[in-house]
Write a protein that binds this ligand. Structure first.
Ligand code: SAM
Length: 243
């Protein structure tokens, strides 16, 4: 489905990313479980547990896709809170909307198709912003970080969950083998889409490492920035605050 998708002039990277996620949208959830052997659930659980999200909060889940984090946050914030599930891709967002609606989540959630580089939200709106496995797909990451900073409340927190650089000796080699050989193969067999999963492996390799991303957050204005490595640095959770 190409629900809500508008053809607009975009960069090569942006149009490649759009193709990839229109293509994988319907198989997205099963592929996530398969590719990470279910471990993405633990990475996300840790993110939720350390988020400090509470009843009544206003939370933005950016590049939220099929809504794993947004679903959990909607339960936490309750009827007086608000969760915005936002994604640039109409197919991913529509799958997320259907999935969450089927889970009985309604009333305290909104769905907004938007580019993280230029968010269509008011200044100082959100208590918490999360972006899970999304930032590496964004073309202009500095613009996106600035945009997130703008819409965050003073005292608010940004959490970036993303693939990063393995820090355990030997892990990089195994990980390279996995992502460049096995990942496209799983993509081919399960989703009949080798190219999209090859893109995924490449985008992970190109993404800034832990210290570089932390520096980019500092540059965008975030304070008390830090990161926490998971699974030997295969994934890192970066946090920063706006004061
Ligand atoms: N957050 C979800 C999760 O953890 O399962 C989905 C992650 S998925 C790997 C990456 C998502 O980023 C896709 O849904 C894609 O459409 C979205 N995305 C890519 N570029 C974006 C941009 N510039 N602004 C907003 N979302 C973007």
């Amino acid at each position: 489905t190409h629900f809500g998708y508008e053809q607009v002039p975009v960069t090569d990277k942006a149009s490649k990313v759009a193709d990839v996620f229109h293509s994988v949208a319907d198989k997205y959830d099963i592929m996530n479980d398969l590719m990470s052997a279910g471990v993405h659930r633990l990475w996300k659980r840790y993110t939720i547990e350390t988020s400090g999200a509470k009843k009544g909060d206003t939370i933005l889940d950016l590049a939220g896709g099929t809504g794993d984090l947004a679903a959990k946050f909607a339960r936490i914030v309750g009827p007086n809170g608000l969760v915005t599930l936002s994604d640039i891709n109409g197919s991913m967002l529509e799958n997320g909307r259907q999935r969450l609606t089927n889970m009985g989540i309604a009333g305290n959630i909104e769905y907004v198709q938007a580019n993280a580089e230029c968010l269509p939200f008011a200044d100082n709106k959100y208590d918490l912003i999360t972006i899970a496995f999304g930032l590496r797909n964004v073309t202009d990451k500095d613009a996106a970080l600035k945009s997130m900073y703008r819409v965050l409340k003073p005292g608010g927190k940004l959490m970036i969950l993303e693939f990063s650089k393995p820090v355990v000796p030997g892990l990089s080699t195994i990980y390279d083998q996995y992502s460049f050989k096995l990942l496209p193969l799983i993509g081919k067999v399960v989703a009949n889409d080798e190219d999209s999963y090859r893109y995924l492996a490449e985008s992970i390799r190109m993404h800034p490492d832990q210290e570089t991303l932390k520096g980019m957050m500092d540059e965008a204005g975030f304070e008390r920035t830090s990161y926490h490595n998971m699974t030997g640095g295969v994934v890192a959770l970066h946090t920063g605050y706006k004061f």
